[in-house]
Design a binder for this molecule. Structure first.
Ligand SMILES: NC(=O)C1=CN([C@@H]2O[C@H](COP(=O)(O)OP(=O)(O)OC[C@H]3O[C@@H](n4cnc5c(N)ncnc54)[C@H](OP(=O)(O)O)[C@@H]3O)[C@@H](O)[C@H]2O)[C@@H](O)CC1
Ligand SMILES: [K+]
Length: 501
């Protein structure tokens, strides 16, 4: 497993400082090392060859300093190199000025005025552009002249290599700040920053490469790791010959209402395809007439009132509450209250979260509860705007996990899985998963793993990865536009090959 911690910009700065102290070096010496290691990586991977014409675009901060030192090494190799600096010499940091001194034989063009567009020709002539405009120091929206230069970079045919993070992407939340550089490769200095993974990051970063530059690590920060697909390997035990269906989890999905009856079926089917021994859907008797169950493998039962529920759930190993449930029936509140009063592991998804928000305060969840909101559901759950969640998704996910002792799966381009103490980032999904029903599939997969006895955090991590991998397979077959939630389910058998011991 990738054991490189994911940091905030502030934490990264602390590690930079710690490195200077522990290794007894100056900030410029560290920059020198970073520049050399970045260059070595670029050359070793043939991102630049002697045929290329390289333009390094630098800001006035240390991200630009890194860029200039890379320029120095490239130029020393005899590869045509030029530097564009956006801003004036007075604005440059001390380290950046020192780096510039190493570039005496390289043509340097300053872009200070918006009217000056002489840089455009340079960018047009480049075959490789190195982006050192902003790193973790970006704090506000990008304006001219930076904006115009970035737009010109994005129109160029050159290969773009961003240093640390695509310029214009915020290092803490991955949001594009007005505009951002579209990179083919991003060379991340030592640690993932949250912004390398969240929100807009994946649309701008190209391929991420983490470059080890010997910056010291700290055990004092919150545990935050990237979750690679390889984590899935062998996570589920063998299915023994001498076993029966109850060994693999008896799962109940409570959901469905008029117009949304497909949701619990998708969820229940995903659970069966993930190995559950039994999978049942439980719908309100009044809504039963709307249900069309094409799968005889999925059992369906109905309830009239709360009095039916205790007997029904008695033998369940896990329950998924919410897919397609709607927000209209007050009975759902009573059912959920009862579920929370039991020891049965729960996944609460979709409309289930609507009922949960009024109930959760009154219950000790004993950590047996997983909630799976997308950003909008998270915002509604907290009574805040979706913009707030987008700005600080990790913070809100951890806060809920901490306050209510639950595992939070905050679904997005980078799904955040946290129990507050440990947080995992999964960016393995595909844009094709942004389609109706895929959330129901995820809740079924996670429910299946819970029902099989996995601890909630493990069930959430493995479930998210299984769902992402199935999404990738579905995309290979149906394409990102056409793939549907049921296609994702149909790829689960292939995913199981990876997960089985
Ligand atoms: N030892 C070291 O130092 C190491 C450094 N390293 C490298 O340095 C990078 C961080 O460098 P950095 O802190 O100098 O900030 P950077 O990202 O270059 O930004 C420059 C300045 O831009 C400004 N600014 C912000 N927003 C703006 C906007 N919208 N429009 C216009 N201006 C804006 C803001 O200054 P302000 O104007 O706010 O005073 C900011 O200070 C890091 O990502 C890594 O690549 C690593 O290699 C490890 C060792
Ligand atoms: K950059």
């Amino acid at each position: 497993m990738n054991s490189i911690q994911i940091l905030t910009a502030n934490e990264m700065r602390q590690l930079d400082q710690l490195t200077l102290q522990q290794q007894n070096i100056t900030s410029y010496e560290l920059m020198t090392r970073v520049g050399k290691y970045l260059f070595d990586f670029i050359i070793t991977n043939n991102f630049i060859t002697s045929e290329d014409h390289v333009v390094v675009v630098a800001g006035t901060g240390n991200n630009g300093g890194d860029g200039m030192l890379v320029a120095h090494h490239i130029h020393t190799r005899g590869i045509p190199t030029e530097i564009i600096i956006i801003g004036s010499q007075e604005q440059q940091t001390e380290e950046s000025l020192k780096a510039l001194k190493h570039c005496q034989h390289i043509p340097v063009h300053y872009v200070v005025e918006t009217q000056d567009d002489s840089y455009k020709q340079l960018l047009d002539d480049a075959t490789v552009i190195i982006d050192g405009i902003f790193g973790i120091g970006l704090t506000r929206d990008v304006e001219d002249p930076h904006k115009s230069v970035m737009n010109a970079m994005n129109q160029s045919y050159a290969t773009v290599i961003s240093i640390d993070i695509p310029s214009g992407i915020h290092a803490d939340n991955g949001l594009q700040m007005g505009t951002a550089v579209h990179a083919n490769h991003t060379l991340i200095v030592q640690n993932f920053k949250q912004g390398n993974l969240l929100n807009d990051a994946k649309d701008f970063s190209g391929l991420n490469h983490v470059i080890d530059v010997d910056i010291v690590q700290s055990l004092e920060f919150d545990i935050q790791y990237e979750l690679p697909l390889s984590y899935l390997q062998g996570k589920l035990g063998k299915r023994h010959h001498n076993s029966y269906k109850y060994n693999y989890g008896n799962l109940l999905t409570i959901g469905g209402s008029k117009g949304m009856m497909g949701a619990p079926i998708l969820s229940a089917l995903a659970a069966l395809r993930s190995g559950s021994g039994l999978s049942q859907v439980y719908v309100h008797d009044g809504d039963h007439k709307y249900l069309q169950n094409p799968y005889p493998d999925i059992m369906v039962d109905t309830y009239l009132g709360i009095e039916d529920v205790p007997q029904k759930i008695r033998r369940m190993d896990a329950i998924v509450f919410g897919p397609g449930l709607g927000k209209k029936n007050p009975l759902n509140m009573d059912i959920l209250a009862h579920l929370l009063s039991t020891e049965i592991p729960l996944v609460i998804d979709a409309d289930g979260l609507y009922y949960l928000k009024d109930l959760l305060k009154g219950y000790n969840t004993r950590g047996h509860l997983i909630i799976t909101p997308h950003y909008k559901e998270m915002a509604d759950f907290l009574g805040i705007s979706i913009e707030d969640v987008i700005q600080q998704p990790v913070l809100y996910a951890k806060n809920i996990a901490h306050t209510y002792n639950v595992v939070v799966v905050l679904k997005g381009t980078c799904t955040i899985i946290t129990n507050d103490i440990e947080t995992y980032f999964s960016s393995n999904g595909t844009p094709g998963l942004a389609k109706a029903g895929t959330g129901d599939v995820l809740s079924g997969v996670i429910g299946s793993l819970l029902g099989r006895g996995l601890p909630p955090l493990d069930a959430a991590k493995i479930g998210v990865l299984m769902h992402s991998l199935a999404g990738q397979y579905a995309e290979e077959v149906y394409g990102e536009e056409s793939m549907m939630a049921s296609d994702v389910i149909s790829m689960l058998p292939k995913v199981m090959d990876h997960v089985k011991a």
